[in-house]
Design a protein around this ligand. Sequence first.
Ligand code: SF4
Length: 447
Amino acid sequence: MTGIEIYKRLPKTNCKKCGFPTCLAFAMKVAQKQVDISLCPYLSEESRKILEAASRPPIRLISIGNHNKIEVGNETVLFRHEKTFYHQPGLVVRIKDTQPLNDVTQLVNKVTNYSVDRVGIELRLNGFALVNESRDAEKFCKLIKTVLDNSDLPIILMSAEPATMNLALQKTSQNNPLIYAATRDTWQDMAQLALNYHCPLAVSEAQGLSQLAELTKLVSQKGVEDIILDPGILDSSNSVDTLTQLRRLTINGSYRTLGYPIITFPCDSTSSIEEEALLAAQHIAKYAGIIVLDHFSPETIYPLLTLRLNIYTDPQKPIQVATGVYPINNPEDNSPLAVTTDFSLTYFSIAGEIQSSGLPSWLLVCDTGGLSVLTAWAAGKFNATQIAKTVKQFDIPATINHRSIIIPGYVAIIKGELEEELPGWKVMVGPREAMDIGRYLKQNWVN
Ligand code: SF4
């Protein structure tokens, strides 16, 4: 719907309750999918229904699991810079029921306990895809039990046999697993299982997008609402084509039949751990909802988690740390004081370097709206006035017994102004790069 079409259905009282000065301004934001229609409390029931249906996200939000659940979908744009991507793809590790159970237990514990901290955010893997490779229901159930006994991460149940899937769901439906998959041959049985156990269902069709749409339509007409699409095994170039077409059809073409998240298997179209990681990276960027990996190795998982974090942060909202003074390595009142901005990447780079130097220090963080040092300085948000204000705001003279402050080398130009703003203080110009701060402190700090 255009902004004008939405405007026609609004009360047109300009009451501002939605946070916008006029109904027209609100309508324009709704049309751009930047705000939700529910912000207007005065819509008639009829208008609400029509506008909610029109403003529903083109890709349905699907949840898998209960604890640490995977939530994917609800995306509204083709490119991240147009707005943001909302729900980062789940990265799951595939385990087959032909693998020895001792190995499975070890792998499950490693994957479940793997966690890295990046810019103050904990990054983790999201679950397991459990494969009935043996076609033996008992072996499949043993694998599922072993995984659930050792992990609370979500699971995907992969079996070609509806009877085996039924047995597995009897024991796991409370975990809200993803059922994989409804195919041309099994869709009626698999869809019935999804309805019986209230679990999401993957629809798999590798013949082409028209065929995938036909099969998905059949499954949804049977009453299944929570669907994940599997367009088949895709190599690198097929992935870009197919996944981009799927996203375009749903976002630009409003083609609701394919308006669901996508599952991909880089593990099936690559022959080494490095290739698998490269293809998974491509799928993170465009446009997978769940990515199934065969390998767990911190050397490839960490870059994938970092890439995912970068792509799925809101480009309009920098990741920030709270303004304040941070103690590092148990500082005392004669320890050095350095100052920086509240952009997370800047803060954690400097804090990390100081920490690894082992030198006790204070790090003062100024409110710059999440900008890095040079950007904040250019925007007038990291200058002598702002730093002096932050020194007073956090009563730094009461924390330390000296009057020296180290500013980043990139803003050496503000040294004189800061000395005027903080009479009696010695302003020291630190290094330009965070990696040099430890050496700088060892060579220059005397108190
Ligand atoms: Fe218009 Fe509704 Fe916003 Fe009031 S709350 S200004 S009626 S859109």
